[in-house]
Design a protein around this ligand. Structure first.
Ligand SMILES: Cc1cc2nc3c(=O)[nH]c(=O)nc-3n(C[C@H](O)[C@H](O)[C@H](O)COP(=O)(O)OP(=O)(O)OC[C@H]3O[C@@H](n4cnc5c(N)ncnc54)[C@H](O)[C@@H]3O)c2cc1C
Length: 409
C-alpha cells in the first residue's frame, strides 16, 4: 500500500487483542493494516498462563491448532497459597484445561495467523501520531522502532477507522483523550524465566506474601515463569533494572519460606523484566471512528490471570461492532457505543470481583480465613477457579448464595 491509500482499518498493536481484531475484521472483508513497534517474536511481561476461555476463542479464530502445535502445558486449575500457608487448589473440572506457554511463541502465532488471514502486518512500525484529517479519515504517523535492527522508514498511513490495541501505555487512548489514571492501585511486577524451579505439577500457583504476591507458572521445556508483584513504593529505584532489580527480586523470593523452597535450585534463563504501575483505565473504549481493545481499554491486576482472555473477547466484540459500523458507513461514536455496552455486560462483574480480591489481599488474616473456608468446601474453590478461568459468569460469586456458603463452610 502507498502512503496516500486510505485503508479501512489500521490496528495499532499486534498483541493478542490487535491480532485477533485484525484477523476478524479482515475476515469480514475489510482492508486491514496492523502496525506493531516490535519485531516478532517479542517479549511481553506476563505470567504466561492462558485461561480456558481463551482456548474457545482460539478455536473460533481457527488458531487453536497452531497454538497447540507449540506444545503448551495443560493446567487443570490454579492454586492460591494464603499468607498463613493454606493452599487452595481450584479445578476447572469436566476435562477443561488452561494452557501455559511463552508469550514469545503465543503472540507470534496469533500475529502469523492474522498475516495468513490477509492482514497487512508492519513490524518495527511504531505509531507516533494520530490525527483526524478531512472526511473523517485518520492519519496515523508511523516511525521505525529505534530498538529494532533496520528501522522502517517513517510514513503516514490513512484509514477510515482505527483500533487501539497498543497495550497499557496506549498512545491511541492518549491521543483520543480517553486515558485516565488509576491512582489507588499502583502495583509493579518483576518477572523472569527460570530452570530448576520446584514447580507444582499440572497447575500454576499464586503465593500471597507479606510484600504482595508471587506467581509461579510451569512452562514447557522445564522452564517456569516466576513473577513477583509489589506495591510501587517498595520497588522505587530497583525498577531501573540490572543488579538492583536482581537483588530486589531475590530478596522478595528469600523473604517467604515457600518461594524460597520453590526457587532453591533455580537458574535464571535470560534477564529479569519490570513493569508498572500496571493498573490503567479509560473513560470509555470508543470515540468517533476508533475503538480501544485489550489492555489499551484498561487493565487492573494480573492476580487472576485473565488479561489474555479479556483481550481476545474484547477484540471479538470490537470487530463485530466496528464491522457493522463500516458496513453502514456510520463511524460516529454513537454507532460504536454498543461495543462499550457489550464490554460492560461481559466484564463488569469480573472487574468487581478482581477489585474485591485485591481488597481482600490487603488483609492477611481475612485472606487466611477465606482460604480455610475454601479448603473445607472444594466445590467453592472450583467455582472460583471456573470464574477466574472465565468459564463461569463472575456474577455468581457476587450473589448472596456464594457468600452464605462461604460463611457456613
Ligand atoms: C505482570 C503481568 C502478568 C500477567 N499475567 C497474565 C497471565 O498469566 N495470563 C493472562 O491472561 N494475562 C496476564 N497478564 C495480562 C496480559 O499480559 C495482557 O492483558 C495482554 O497481554 C493484553 O494483550 P494486548 O494485546 O491488549 O496488549 P499487549 O500484549 O501489551 O500488546 C500490545 C502491543 O502493542 C505494541 N505497541 C505498543 N505501543 C505501540 C505503538 N505506539 N505503535 C505500535 N505498536 C505499539 C506492543 O509492541 C505490543 O506488541 C499479565 C499482565 C502483567 C502486567
Amino acid at each position: 500500500m502507498t502512503a496516500s491509500t486510505v485503508c479501512d482499518v489500521i490496528v495499532v498493536g499486534g498483541g493478542p487483542a490487535g491480532s485477533t481484531a485484525a484477523t476478524l475484521l479482515r475476515r469480514a472483508g475489510w482492508d486491514v493494516v496492523l502496525c506493531d513497534a516490535a519485531r516478532f517474536p517479542r517479549h511481553k511481561i506476563c505470567g504466561e498462563y492462558v485461561p480456558p476461555a481463551a482456548l474457545r476463542i482460539f478455536e473460533r479464530l481457527g488458531a487453536l491448532g497452531a497454538i497447540e502445535s507449540l506444545g503448551p502445558l495443560r493446567h487443570v486449575g490454579m492454586a492460591v497459597v494464603s499468607p498463613g500457608g493454606t493452599t487452595v487448589l481450584g479445578r476447572y473440572g469436566g476435562g477443561v484445561r488452561g494452557l501455559s506457554l511463552r508469550r514469545l511463541d503465543l503472540d507470534r502465532a496469533l500475529l502469523d495467523h492474522a498475516r495468513q488471514s490477509g492482514v497487512t502486518v508492519l513490524e518495527g512500525a511504531r505509531v507516533t501520531g494520530l490525527a483526524r484529517c478531512g472526511g473523517g479519515v485518520f492519519e496515523v504517523a508511523v516511525g521505525g522502532d529505534a530498538r529494532a535492527a533496520g528501522p522502517a522508514p517513517a510514513a503516514v498511513l490513512r484509514a477510515r477507522a482505527v483500533v487501539g490495541a497498543d497495550g497499557r501505555n496506549s498512545l491511541v487512548a492518549r491521543r483520543l483523550g480517553l486515558r485516565r489514571t488509576e491512582p489507588r492501585h499502583r502495583k509493579w511486577a518483576v518477572m523472569g524465566h527460570f530452570g530448576g524451579v520446584d514447580v507444582p505439577a499440572g497447575h500454576g500457583e499464586m503465593i500471597v506474601t507479606p510484600y504482595g504476591y508471587c506467581g509461579i507458572n510451569p512452562l514447557p521445556q522445564g522452564l517456569a515463569n516466576v513473577c513477583v508483584v509489589v506495591d510501587h513504593q517498595a520497588i522505587r529505584g530497583a525498577a531501573v533494572g540490572g543488579d538492583r532489580l536482581a537483588s530486589f527480586f531475590h530478596d522478595r523470593i528469600s523473604a517467604h519460606p515457600l518461594t524460597r523452597q520453590r526457587m532453591a535450585r533455580a537458574e535464571p534463563v535470560g534477564r529479569l523484566w519490570a513493569t508498572g504501575p500496571m493498573a490503567c483505565r479509560t473513560a470509555r473504549g470508543f470515540a468517533d471512528g476508533a475503538v480501544l481493545v485489550g489492555d489499551a481499554a484498561g487493565f487492573y491486576d494480573p492476580f487472576t490471570g485473565e488479561g489474555i482472555a479479556m483481550a481476545l473477547r474484547g477484540a471479538e466484540m470490537a470487530a463485530e461492532v466496528l464491522s457493522g459500523a463500516l458496513r453502514r458507513g456510520d463511524l460516529a461514536s454513537r454507532a460504536l457505543e454498543p461495543y462499550e455496552e457489550a464490554r460492560r455486560a461481559a466484564f463488569h462483574a469480573r472487574l468487581r470481583l478482581d477489585r474485591s480480591l485485591q481488597a481482600l489481599l490487603k488483609h492477611p488474616r481475612l485472606t487466611d480465613w477465606v482460604a480455610r473456608r475454601l479448603r473445607r468446601d472444594p466445590g467453592l474453590a472450583d467455582l472460583l477457579a471456573r470464574v477466574t478461568g472465565d468459564t463461569v459468569d463472575a456474577a455468581r460469586l457476587l450473589r448472596p448464595g456464594f457468600m452464605a456458603r462461604l460463611l457456613l463452610a
